[in-house]
Design a protein around this ligand. Sequence first.
Ligand code: SAM
Length: 274
Amino acid sequence: MSARGLLNAAGLHPKKRFGQNFLLDESLCVKIADLVLADAPEAIVEIGPGTGALTAALARNGGSLRALEIDRDLVAILRERNDLSSVEILETDALAYDWPERRCDRWHVAGNLPYNIATPLLVTLAQLPRGPQRIVAMIQKDVADRMLAAPGTAAYGSLTVAVANAMEIRRAFTLGPGAFYPRPKVDSTVVVLNRRARPLVEPIDPSLFEKVVRGSFAYRRKTLANSLSRSLSVERAEILIAMQAAGIDEDERGERIDIATFARLADALAGRGL
Ligand code: SAM
């Protein structure tokens, strides 16, 4: 039965606060699931199974599948579905989930993600030391654009760097609002993130690296030196010395800096005891 049919039968309506936009077309679910299954995962975790459309497509290969759903009304629907009896359905908030416990070698994450949690969730999963090998996620198109952006473009920012360091990203396909019930206001994109054999950069102090990246984009109208000085509360002169050591021009802007240069800058600041 369709998501709409299952919700109607249970006397439910889609809940906006949980970002509920259900996929209408079963063949699309199969297309998304194939992007996961093609890489032969040992285990899959689905985020936000909803009424189970994508879950059923993911369950086809009979492997280990765990689904995390926050809405207890939908958990009840999922647990009643005979075709999902092999799926471990957890009523939980994916943002509060204890991800590091998933420690088999090849585990994947899939989901038509609720838009309000997509960004923090993908950053968390990308940065997990023993994180998923592959993530296949339906997200807002503009978030996908930001993750895929090149330095020097308007969409390039701290999200691009946070995810791209650990994961190689590609756009699989984009869908208009008509693919969902109810219709969202924006287009959606399915992205495939594959874990790199090694991160692009391994800064001396990863938390300083993160602060430097975020601080570099905090004031987009300012130069890198001014933005960083203000957001890190460090003298501009100190920042300029580190920038020089990292080979960055004095009047450079954050949005033009690539990930390797950010790492050199963070290491130069770490070397100066910051
Ligand atoms: N997978 C279904 C589909 O494609 O038809 C539903 C996708 S819907 C965009 C997002 C789903 O995530 C909803 O079922 C919603 O209740 C659930 N959800 C929202 N916030 C969540 C959270 N923090 N943790 C787990 N699930 C969440």
